[in-house]
Design a protein around this ligand. Structure first.
Ligand SMILES: [Zn+2]
Length: 143
């Protein structure tokens, strides 16, 4: 087995472990107890309906995105993409401990733009963001 395959397996394991912990926490928080006051029951029911299939508690998985510091793949949780370096992504752990001097894009959920496509348009995105920040371009939200 290749090293990157082992890392992927390990990351999947970690993902499953996190998922299990979250499920257990939800069960613990929403399980019913005897003689519980009604408001508590209502809040628990609301919580259950919100978390339905635990969607709010599942860490996001950025498929095929490799952290360029620890080489974890896929990146689970927040993904940070450097705006000034080509093809440079970081996982949350590495981003937090890193000395940052460059701007980064934070992806809370997997990008709908493919990795390669994003690399292609990144130089233009950089220019666009800079000109927005400099006030040369303004976004007009007509909603
Ligand atoms: Zn990392």
């Amino acid at each position: 087995m290749q090293e990157w395959e082992q890392k992927m397996d390990k990351n999947q394991e970690e993902f499953n472990k996190q998922l299990k912990i979250r499920e257990e926490t939800i069960n613990k928080l929403t399980s019913e107890k005897k003689n519980e006051p009604k408001p508590v029951k209502i809040v628990k029911d609301m919580f259950k309906s919100f978390t339905g299939n635990n969607c709010h508690f599942v860490p996001e998985k950025h498929d095929r995105i490799v952290c360029d510091s620890c080489y974890k793949c896929p990146i689970i949780g927040d993904r940070y993409k450097c705006l000034s370096r080509h093809g440079y992504d970081l996982c949350n752990d590495c981003y937090q401990i890193m000395n940052k001097t460059e701007p980064f894009l934070l992806f809370k959920t997997p990008s709908t733009i493919s990795h390669d496509r994003l690399e292609d348009i990144l130089p233009y995105v950089q220019i666009l963001i800079r000109e927005i920040n400099e006030g040369k371009i303004k976004i007009i939200y007509n909603d």
